[in-house]
Design a protein around this ligand. Sequence first.
Ligand code: COA
Length: 257
Amino acid sequence: MGYKNILVDQEDHFGYITINRPKKLNALNKETIEELHLAFEDLDRDEQIRVIIITGSGEKAFVAGADIAEFSDFNKAEAFELAKKGQELLFDFVANLSTPVIAAVNGFALGGGLELAMASHIRVAGSNARMGLPEVSLGLIPGYGGTQRLPQLVGKGKAMEMIFTGAMVSAEDALNYGLVNHMVEPEALISFCEELALKISRNSPMAIKAAIKAINANFEDGVNGFETEIAAFGNCFGTDDFDEGTSAFMEKRKPEF
Ligand code: COA
């Protein structure tokens, strides 16, 4: 499928998505969000793909936010739709994808860029990355899940500070806050993500899908995460992956999922 704003690739069990608007620091316009939705959907459907790595093109930015030029003249109703549609198509979609998504944060991850990284399941930052939610400096607030996912990752106090000041934090601070899982040298960013992806891809995709669902249940209103876990645990039994995983253990060999 031909995309205008993103590059999609796959090799062995890994899918790669690169947001490719380097001249606009990979800012997310409507079309890019729609393309990202389709690319994630396609890779998620492909049973060969066990992990998706998302990054930004160029050396400067992962994503410098939602495209400000596109929404600058929106009225309240249009802005409401922008946030709602964006969350459905991309941010919630990624957070609930069955295939694990690793964000390789290779530079600025601001506004919608940080929100996309936070919607991903795992974040790895290059040491040159800078992250923040600067929306209040524009007279608005994060609209792609930032007010919800940032406190989940860093706690309410730090999230309030980051959102009220709009200040960028360094990769090192982000690591200390728990905003990213790892910080590595920029040159090693993708290979580090691939090593992580390799470890994940050796495990049961069915079980990982169930784990994503159960972990996310912890953050869903009105959902009992423990009950979700119990049901998902039960559903693993009797599956091919369960048979393979337990047989391999008994036979002292590595499982092949
Ligand atoms: N939306 C639209 N365009 C953006 C953008 C965004 N979020 N972020 C950067 N760009 C564009 C700039 O307008 C510029 O385009 P131009 O060359 O046509 O003028 C280009 O990307 C390069 O950005 P520039 O600002 O010149 O780079 P810089 O190195 O001086 O600054 C940043 C980098 C990230 C600090 C700065 O671009 C910035 O503050 N961007 C907006 C961040 C933001 O507020 N995001 C939240 C949006 S809700």
